[in-house]
Write a protein that binds this ligand. Structure first.
Ligand code: NAP
Length: 566
């Protein structure tokens, strides 16, 4: 372990007592828990574990807290969950005192919220910034994990809490010639904090998912010319952003905890919008009026959020998809561009629905061109720009909005080895297997906040994070009180859960789309539905049942004989 005078760590303070003096082969520092990542999951995990009396060491690759909200500071970056819902609920003072300014907060505002939480609860002293955990190896004898970092630190801990984020490992596609480009190459997921001069420049954006769709309208306002390279047209609905509605804010704030408890009863952990179970419960005129009203109001889940069977019935889905395609054709002046922007290869909402501000109208600007890669694929990147269909489109800047190796990427980028030295990569060769998205069999004492096969990316992630952190905290308390020092998921429970997650997804339209939900966006990634789609209440109920049945599906044990505790 490096001494605490380490100059890169501006927040250095003793985080736990090292058990040995530094020498040539330093012994690792020993703490109770290591938390990897200091985004919203990591911050709450540090707070929770510390409140249980544990010594905690966290590592964060960025120089600041905030996780995804630190890295994704591209123009137009904004949360697509409403601000009143996108916050912690564990502290009533925090809920009461923090004031959001807009219905959908900007990246900068969400980051300020994370920084406020870190300061308010004095969490920074537990975090080593600009430090990446490179390896985590389980040691059966000591029943501890041994961690290595890219700064040469070594730490051992009983508990390994992964807070690496579900959508955090960037995907930069290997397009031929990229390294020859003489202009500037940027990624939305790694945007420079000092900002980028795009004024008057020829800018290319590759990718039209949530990130691209947010960035494109904002970049178009300053670029000399913007060329959008679209591989798959995506469905997007208006966010309807604006200053926070004082009436709604007052209603929510009148009983914030009660409001959050009510949200937890809904599938996505946000206020329910569902008009009806089926789109066909309404006549055509009534249904269209409902879609119109939702389009005008904007926000959560877009048009597809109105009927439950949008996700399960192709016919119902088509009514929402046709409505949005109609809107695209209405908004976009050039019919050929409008057709290219109309998604036709997947049911609506089977790829993550995007919420935008003026996305489709941006294509009416004279300084914006759409290149439909289905018609004219990228051949290569040249020193001067991007070559498609035999012509070169010169660029000053190329921006990749090409997404993430979601759910598994950030975990697999660490060298994680469990029982018998088996790597996580080996265990997940055919796709991730987990029990409840919380643990992986053969990787004892390792918890994965918003891990693969949990609801994570399909619900308000603040709800997902809070639920996991609280479950983990309760589990660690339960074990500590009873003298247990090892917990592992059983292979049977894991196999059943993994199959159940896929079975539920197979009952929906989601597998019909090529999407990161299925792992399709990363070449070679096994195809498997990566999140639990049964909704938060069912999931939370299942986690509760497991605990009530004495941590059913887990094996808890002690290295020393323990006295019985009720
Ligand atoms: P994404 O949804 O995976 O979109 C990536 C885009 O890049 C897609 O259009 C994809 O096309 C394209 N692409 C990938 N590789 C390509 C290649 N080699 N050539 C051409 N195009 C390529 O990624 P994202 O937009 O970053 O969003 C990921 C998730 O992060 C979202 O779904 C959302 O959950 C979250 N997010 C949330 C917010 C928010 O809260 N507002 C904002 C941003 C992101 P294909 O579709 O053909 O693969």
């Amino acid at each position: 372990m490096e001494p605490d005078t380490d100059t890169h760590d501006t927040h250095a303070e003793p985080r736990a007592e090292p058990h040995a003096e530094p020498h040539a082969e330093p012994e690792p520092m020993v703490v109770d828990a290591v938390v990897v990542g200091a985004g919203f999951a990591g911050l709450y995990a540090i707070h929770k574990l510390r409140s249980l009396g544990l010594t905690v060491q966290a590592f964060e690759a960025a120089p600041e807290v905030g996780g995804t909200w630190w890295w994704n500071c591209y123009p137009g970056a904004r949360c697509d969950v409403e601000s009143l819902d996108y916050c912690y609920a564990f502290d009533e003072d925090l809920m009461r005192e923090w004031k959001w300014s807009e219905r959908f907060p900007t990246q900068a505002e969400v980051l300020r919220y994370a920084q406020n939480v870190a300061d308010r609860f004095d969490l920074r002293r537990h975090i080593r910034f600009e430090t990446t955990v490179t390896a985590a190896h389980w040691d059966e004898q000591s029943r501890r994990w041994a961690f290595d970092t890219d700064r040469g630190q070594r730490v051992a801990a009983r508990w390994f809490v992964s807070a690496v984020g579900a959508i955090s490992a960037p995907n930069l596609p290997g397009i031929e010639g990229l390294d020859t480009f003489e202009g500037q190459v940027l990624m939305t997921s790694r945007w420079p904090h000092e900002g980028v001069e795009l004024e008057g420049k020829r800018v290319a954006v590759i990718g039209t998912g949530s990130s691209g769709i947010q960035a494109i309208p904002v970049i178009a306002q300053v670029a000399g010319h913007l060329t959008v390279f679209q591989r798959t047209a995506n469905f997007s609905c208006p966010a309807g952003n604006g200053p926070i509605d004082p009436e709604r804010e007052a209603t929510v704030r009148a009983d914030y905890p009660g409001y959050r408890r009510a949200c937890l009863k809904n599938g996505a952990g946000t206020p329910t919008l569902l008009l009806s179970q089926s789109a066909f419960d309404l006549g055509e005129a009534e249904r269209l009026a409902a879609y119109e009203a939702k389009w005008a109001r904007g926000g959560a889940g877009g048009v597809p959020a109105l009927f439950a069977d949008t996700r399960t019935s192709l016919e119902a889905n088509q009514t929402a998809a046709d409505f949005v395609r109609g809107k695209i054709r209405e908004i976009v002046a050039d019919p050929e561009v409008a057709e290219s922007l109309c998604p036709k290869d997947h049911p609506i909402a089977t790829k993550r629905i995007c919420l935008d501000t003026d996305y489709y109208a941006t294509y009416n600007r004279p300084n914006v061109t759409l290149v439909d890669l289905r018609k004219t694929p990228i051949e290569r990147i040249t020193p001067a720009g991007i070559a498609t269909a035999g012509r070169e489109l010169p660029q000053d800047v190329i921006i990749f909005a090409t997404g993430f190796d979601a759910l598994t990427g950030a975990l697999l980028r660490m060298d994680i080895r469990g029982v018998g030295g088996r790597s996580l990569a080996e265990a997940w060769e055919d796709g991730p297997q987990t029990y409840l998205g919380l643990m992986v069999a053969g990787f004892p004492n390792m918890f994965t906040i918003t891990g693969p096969l949990s609801p994570s990316v399909l619900i308000n992630v603040m709800v997902a994070i809070s639920h996991h952190v609280e479950w983990i905290g309760d589990c660690v308390s339960h074990m500590t009180e009873r003298g247990f020092d090892r917990i592992d998921a059983t292979p049977d429970a894991q196999a059943e859960w993994t199959a159940e997650v896929q079975r539920i997804a197979d009952g929906t339209l989601f597998p019909l789309a090529n999407s990161w939900y299925n792992g399709d966006n990363i070449p070679g990634k096994p195809r498997r539905f990566l999140a639990y789609i049964g909704g938060f209440p069912a999931y939370a109920g299942r986690c509760e049942q497991v605990v009530a049945a004495g941590y059913e599906g887990f094996e808890l044990s002690a290295s020393h004989p323990v006295a019985a505790v009720d």
